[in-house]
Design a protein around this ligand. Structure first.
Ligand code: NAP
Length: 517
């Protein structure tokens, strides 16, 4: 069993016990009482009483300032306090003690089960392995605990390796945003525990998340040794909706998987090293990733260099957003953005993709999303006008896809007011949260009216109803929110990975819930 442990900074015994009861209610298996402050005002009897009354098995930790805690007393006072606590009366309690203190002579009282711990809040310590061995070899050590600040996602793999080769029960955690996988996957790798806050805002270490986030979002109770792992690779990635919808989807489809945010800095070197290491570590069962800004080109290059397969249209778009890893390790890079956009439009117009050959499409923007959308519509023979602030970029994009099947031309943004396109697609961030009063169309073309049956599609999904869509709707146009594209591109990824139909209604519900928060 891996204990889901809520760490509580103790102010008073009563408030700590109330929070421990709440932790139990929220599904924690254990609590840690951090008495760094409390120990400076309470006596041993009060601390013994706290442990005896704990509603859950517990850990007592009095972390000194020199190890990242708050206890300001000297080691003699720590020893005296420890010796006076009646651990024999609290059989469910563990005592956390720093390796350095133990090596310098701090002695655990008789009967206390000891977690020997070592922390580095700056980086991976150069002597990490020596520390781990020293703790494992210590006679009084029941559980080895090591925690360090992750330098990158790759440090999580070392935590998993340590857990896999443990000789005693072990806690191996990486701190900070990049260390999240070590916290979530502690259960998959058989750690003694993982730490969580009582909620996301009440955590005691960098990168810790709340107990309910671990249980509900990251499917803590479902994780097993064979759970497949997936994620969204990007930079930044912290606010992505994808973990919310994918994990809810895995739950609904009863798929043994978990989906994590995977932060990789903006550079091919980082991408290659991290994804390569992630793939090489077989016990991780890494089976796929959504790939977002700034790594969509890097994914194509990586899969090409690794001898994998690339979807032809993703190659001509020059960007992929999906990595699928077969059980045999085969890599496949694809682009689910263009298909999602095509299908969102076709569904709204009640037509098939082949009917797009008769359509005139105005694409606003010439960045990554526009590129995928132009490639997709051009592939099906549509006539496309690319409107962009920087005309050169629109021209470059148009020239690449013009004549392949459909016709593609470039135009300055000012020409939008004269557009006679039946389908208008916004691929700029104009109108995106928080700049919700912006819109790419300030001077509506006369033809954009219900009479012409114009379809206006905004790829932005936050907010759901952008200014562009509100105005289009008021003119009687058919409108499509970016949510439709977002759901469809995620559904295609889900289907590639799980070989099952995606629970799109679950995706929709989760997105609606998240966007109204
Ligand atoms: P990108 O590569 O950075 O391209 C942005 C485009 O917007 C460029 O053409 C840029 O013009 C134009 N632009 C930016 N700010 C502008 C401004 N103030 N005025 C006029 N034009 C401006 O971004 P992207 O990856 O294509 O993403 C664009 C949008 O697509 C985002 O808002 C995103 O929400 C949306 N998207 C949605 C989904 C979905 O699933 N719903 C998926 C992908 C993307 P210049 O060339 O002149 O710089």
């Amino acid at each position: 069993m891996t204990y889901l442990t809520v760490s509580i900074m103790v102010d008073t015994a009563e408030s700590a016990l109330a929070r421990a009861a709440l932790a139990a209610e929220r599904g924690a298996d254990m609590v840690e009482y951090r008495i760094d402050h409390f120990a400076q005002k309470a006596d041993a009897a009060a601390i013994t009483d706290l442990l005896k009354r704990s509603p859950l098995p517990c850990i007592l930790t009095n972390r000194p300032v020199w190890e990242g805690g708050h206890y300001e007393g000297d080691e003699t006072s720590r020893q005296n306090l420890l010796d006076a606590i009646d651990f024999a009366a609290c059989p469910a309690a563990y005592l956390d003690m720093e390796l350095v203190a133990y090596q310098k002579g701090l002695r655990p009282p008789k009967g206390a089960r000891v977690i020997l711990s070592s922390h580095d809040f700056q980086t991976r310590p150069a002597d990490l392995l020596q520390r781990v061995h020293a703790m494992a070899d210590a006679a009084r050590c029941s559980v080895v605990k090591v925690a360090w600040r992750a330098r990158s996602l790759r440090d999580n793999l070392e935590a998993f390796e340590l857990l896999s080769s443990r000789v005693k029960p072990m806690i191996a955690l990486c701190m900070d945003e990049a260390g999240l996988p070590s916290r979530v996957l502690a259960r998959k790798f058989g750690a003694f525990l993982t730490f969580a806050g009582l909620d996301d805002g009440a955590t005691t270490a960098p990168g810790q998340v709340g107990v309910e986030t671990l249980k509900r979002l990251y499917r803590w109770d479902k994780l097993t040794e064979s759970t497949r792992t997936y994620g969204v690779i990007g930079c930044p990635v912290g606010h992505s909706l994808s973990p919310h919808i994918m994990n809810a989807g895995f739950d609904a489809a009863d798929h043994d998987g978990v989906y994590l945010p995977l932060l990789i800095p903006d550079d091919y070197v980082h991408f290659k090293a991290t994804v390569g290491a992630w793939l090489d570590f077989a016990p991780l069962h890494f089976r796929g990733a959504s790939v977002t800004i700034p790594h969509k080109q890097n994914l194509l290059r990586f899969v090409a260099e690794s001898g994998g397969t690339i979807e032809p249209l993703a190659a001509s778009i020059g960007a992929a957003n999906t990595l699928t890893v077969g059980d045999d390790g085969a890599l496949y890079a694809s682009n689910t953005d263009y298909a999602a956009a095509l299908d969102a439009v076709c569904d709204a117009m009640h037509i098939g993709r082949d009917d797009l050959a008769d359509q005139r499409v105005g694409v606003i923007g010439a960045g990554g999303a526009a590129r995928a959308i132009v490639a997709g519509f051009a592939h099906y023979g549509a006539t496309i006008v690319v409107y962009n602030r920087t005309l050169d970029k629109a021209t470059e994009l148009a020239e690449q896809f013009n004549g392949q099947t459909g016709q593609v031309v470039a135009a300055p943004m000012a020409n939008l007011s004269k557009s006679c396109c039946r389908i208008l697609i916004n691929c700029t961030p104009l109108g995106m949260h928080p700049n919700v009063d912006a819109s790419p169309i300030t001077d509506w073309p006369d033809k954009a009216s219900a009479d012409e049956g114009t379809v206006v599609f905004d790829t932005i999904y936050n907010p759901r109803q952008t200014k562009l869509l509100r105005e289009a709707s008021a003119r009687g146009c058919v409108t499509i929110s970016g949510i439709e594209m977002f759901i469809r591109q995620a559904a295609a990824q889900f289907e590639q990975w799980t070989k099952r139909a995606a629970p799109t209604e679950v995706f929709r519900r989760v997105i609606e819930e998240r966007l109204t928060k």
